[in-house]
Ligand binder design. Structure first.
Ligand code: FES
Ligand code: FES
Length: 185
């Protein structure tokens, strides 16, 4: 009888979890059913809608397509952890989505937020390759479907945060320059 379960360790939203999981369990089901993190949604369960998007080791991923057992040791961020500091604060994208009214039913929103966060991280890592024009954002987030058609406002919100990030960049660069007095920055 082949072994069908394995021990898996994951860092989820900054916390470490050790679970005994069936090899067929997807990362999405692990998050929702085993850890009670229901932010990531199950839309199609086939990699077609993006509702299940989370960040895995900082990169956008459709969690319905990933087997949890194959991601032992991974760092996963869901919409619940996007704020990052554990105090329940909102990520700038979450604030921008509210400001821009970038949702209706909200079913796709957690995936849109994680996808947008991943996109902005990709742009920060390689500014020369980033296309944060309206069409560029639409293309880069084309894997995230919105049945309510909130796309124009989603793009508005992402552009707002991209502009904030650009405005902050010189300040951050100065703050992180050698000799700013911080150790290990
Ligand atoms: S639920 Fe994963 S892509 Fe649709
Ligand atoms: S806000 Fe309803 S599916 Fe996007």
């Amino acid at each position: 009888m082949p072994e069908t379960r394995s021990r898996v360790g994951l860092h989820v939203n900054g916390g470490r979890h050790e679970l005994d999981v069936d090899h067929r369990v997807t990362l999405l089901d692990l998050l929702r059913e085993h850890l009670g993190l229901t932010g990531a949604k199950k839309g199609c369960d086939h990699g077609q809608c993006g509702a299940c998007t989370v960040l895995v080791d900082g990169r956008r991923a459709n969690s319905c397509l990933l087997l949890a057992v194959a991601h032992d040791g991974a760092r996963v961020t869901t919409v619940e952890g996007l704020g990052g500091d554990g105090t329940g604060g909102l990520h700038p994208l979450q604030e921008a989505f509210m400001e821009r009214d970038a949702f209706q039913c909200g079913y796709c929103t957690p995936g849109q937020l994680c996808s947008a966060a991943g996109l902005l991280a990709e742009a920060a890592a390689d500014p020369g390759a980033a296309d944060l024009s309206r069409s560029g954002i639409a293309e880069a987030m084309s894997g995230n479907l919105c049945r309510c058609g909130a796309y124009p406002r989603i793009v508005d919100a992402v552009q707002d945060v991209a502009a904030m990030s650009r405005a902050d960049a010189p300040v951050r660069a100065r703050a992180q320059a050698p000799g700013d007095g911080r150790v290990g920055a």
